[in-house]
Design a protein around this ligand. Structure first.
Ligand code: SF4
Length: 326
């Protein structure tokens, strides 16, 4: 829902200012249409249905995995592709993976989104509408900005969306922004009042390899990025989660685990090893290689977990559904 258009439409209709909050409260609780908003006058509901599209996104495709993961491909009003994922966990968590851009201008070589043409930054409403889509299916409680795009390149809109996520059921402490190391954004998040988590996509401790698989490393070198993460930790007193996607024969060797452990201060960083959803360019490391890598990190005193894989059977890595439809 375009919340600015909603505000203007209500103002033009001479409605009191609380109406916008009333409409938003319904939407945030999962209402399926304006007509469900029963404490709004019927004439106003009809006017809104004519003037303000209930969502800024149109569902173009949806895939359901055996493990309960739902992946949705949307189109914006100007035809841009946007993906978002609902992950269901056995402990009851319902976590959303949200996109901040259509496509991505950065070109990480392991990423399906990076191979797509960059569209544009998403508006705050387009980001929120991803969450509202899933909220209409069921209650949700976690969100990660780990879908299409680099969130720190669109931080105004990402933070504007984050400010409203608690209304949808997702507190700031259960919201994480993942970056490839966009330093101005990390520093801004450190100053932000909302206690949002920070995750860093690191993927290689060796700077030459990191530049090869993540060209952004040339612009923001790893040492400077880690220093920014330490500043974040000092400001927020919260751990920084390091995402490390496991690529067979590329970044999963013993000495690479040792180098990673030497690089990261265990008081600041926790590592999350990510089994790779193959998108064509690389093979993912097998479970034994991932366990061995994790064991080396733990031996060196670094806390490390292996992410549960979700949605393997529906190509749930970011950009895969849009690429398949392109
Ligand atoms: S991993 Fe993230 S930053 Fe890199 S290309 Fe993909 S979407 Fe962009």
């Amino acid at each position: 829902m375009d919340l600015e258009l909603l505000r203007r439409t209500l103002a033009d209709a001479g409605e009191p200012t609380f109406r916008a909050r009333q409409v938003w409260a319904w939407a945030a609780r999962g209402a399926g249409s304006y007509h469900a908003m029963t404490d709004l006058p019927a004439a106003l509901r009809a006017r809104l249905a004519d003037a303000v599209a209930f969502s800024t996104l149109t569902l173009a495709d949806e895939a359901h995995a055996k493990d309960g993961t739902v992946k949705s491909l949307f189109h914006t009003a100007d035809g841009r592709a946007v993906e978002a994922v609902l992950m269901r966990y056995r402990d009851g968590r319902r976590s959303l993976c949200l996109s901040s851009q259509s496509g991505c201008p950065l070109t990480c070589t392991f990423c399906a989104t990076g191979a797509m043409k960059f569209g544009r930054n998403l508006t705050a409403s387009e980001i929120l509408d991803q969450a509202l889509h899933f909220r209409r299916i069921e209650e949700v409680d976690h969100a990660v900005f780990m879908g299409m795009g680099e969130p720190m390149m669109n931080l105004d809109n990402v933070l504007a969306a984050c400010a409203r996520l608690p209304d949808v059921g997702i507190t700031h402490r259960r919201t994480a922004i993942s970056t490839v190391g966009w330093i101005p954004g990390i520093d801004r998040l450190a100053r932000c009042e909302m206690p949002i988590r920070l995750a860093l996509s690191l993927h290689a401790a060796d700077t030459a390899l990191r530049s090869q698989i993540m060209p952004v490393n040339d612009r923001y070198p790893l040492a400077d990025v880690l220093a920014a993460c330490v500043r974040f930790h000092e400001a927020k007193r919260r751990p920084v989660f390091v995402e490390y996607v496991m690529l067979a024969g590329v970044n999963d060797r013993y000495e690479q685990a040792v180098a990673l452990a030497e690089l990261l201060d265990p008081k600041v960083f926790k590592v999350n090893l990510i089994p790779y959803n193959p998108t064509g360019s690389y093979d993912g490391s097998g479970p034994d290689a991932i366990d061995a890598f994790r064991a080396v990190l733990e031996e060196q005193g670094l806390r490390a977990t292996v992410r549960l894989t979700r949605g393997r059977d529906i190509a749930a890595a970011c950009g895969q559904l849009a690429a398949a439809r392109a």
